[in-house]
Write a new protein. Structure first.
Length: 263
């Protein structure tokens, strides 16, 4: 599709194409990769106007991300939202929608907070192996509970968010890499629910009970991983990097992790 120079920019910035993506090439760049780029003020418009919790969060946290953030819409996305980096040019947050609804505000805030952590120097695992997701399991295990605690403190409905996650993730079966995922999720869900109830016990969460009933063989590894978290404070980049290394050691799967590195 050819866009006229004087036509409104398809990124919905409100400017003419020739003064926006016609200069930067951003729209064409992402379009060639099967994604649609939308201006941040447009894709988050409903949240700014109708969601006071998100607006307050955004006002206080968005400025902590120093690099540009590109908001992308993709029909191929499996999750509500996903974050990533674009080499040295900036970050991206991908969603299924060209405008974010209030129902998805916590998902966008969650991905944005990952970028805050990234810019603060916290380490994430990456891999060049397209056939593994194991690095993501550990990233999520370490950072999701920290991020969810921040969102809870801003007033997001963490309880509803976790209950929805339970419904989705209880469908996972311990096949191949998902055996690792299941063990990490037991720990992650406990750490998340501890934000809502500081005295909750490890074996009291719905997810633990589900795994105990159906896949109890996953629990010994979960218990070993949990012990690492009980012994470590995760408030600094150095500590999060160390616990990731310790988790890799506990999992004992060098074949999975040999191509993983920190950034």
């Amino acid at each position: 599709m050819t866009i006229g120079r004087n036509a409104p920019c398809p990124c919905m910035s409100g400017q003419k194409f020739k003064k926006c993506c016609g200069i930067t090439g951003v729209w064409d760049f992402f379009k060639s990769q099967g994604m649609n780029y939308f201006d941040e003020s447009y894709i988050l418009k409903d949240l700014f106007e109708k969601d006071q919790v998100f607006f307050n969060y955004y006002q206080q946290r968005r400025g902590l991300v120093k690099k540009p953030v590109f908001y992308l819409q993709s029909d191929q996305l499996n999750s509500a939202a996903s974050f990533g980096n674009i080499e040295s040019d900036g970050y991206m947050i991908a969603t299924k929608h060209k405008k974010i609804s209030i129902e998805d505000s916590i998902h966008i805030a969650h991905e944005l907070e990952h970028l805050v952590f990234w810019d603060r120097g916290f380490k994430y695992l990456l891999t060049n192996n397209q056939n593994t997701r194991a690095h993501k399991f550990i990233n999520d295990l370490v950072y999701d509970p920290l991020i969810n605690k921040i969102l809870h403190n801003y007033g997001f409905n963490l309880k509803s968010y976790l209950e929805l996650s339970d419904q989705i993730q209880m469908k996972i079966k311990p096949i191949n890499e998902d055996a690792i995922l299941l063990s990490t999720l037991v720990v992650k869900r406990f750490l998340d629910y501890r934000t809502l109830n500081p005295v909750v016990k490890f074996d009291e969460t719905m997810f633990y009970k589900h795994v105990q009933q159906h896949y109890s063989e996953a629990l010994p590894l979960s218990e070993d991983i949990l012990q690492l978290f009980e012994d470590t404070e995760l408030e600094t980049p150095n500590n999060t990097e160390q616990i990731m290394k310790d988790i890799i050691t506990v999992i004992k799967r060098p074949d999975v992790y040999k191509q993983i590195s920190f950034i």
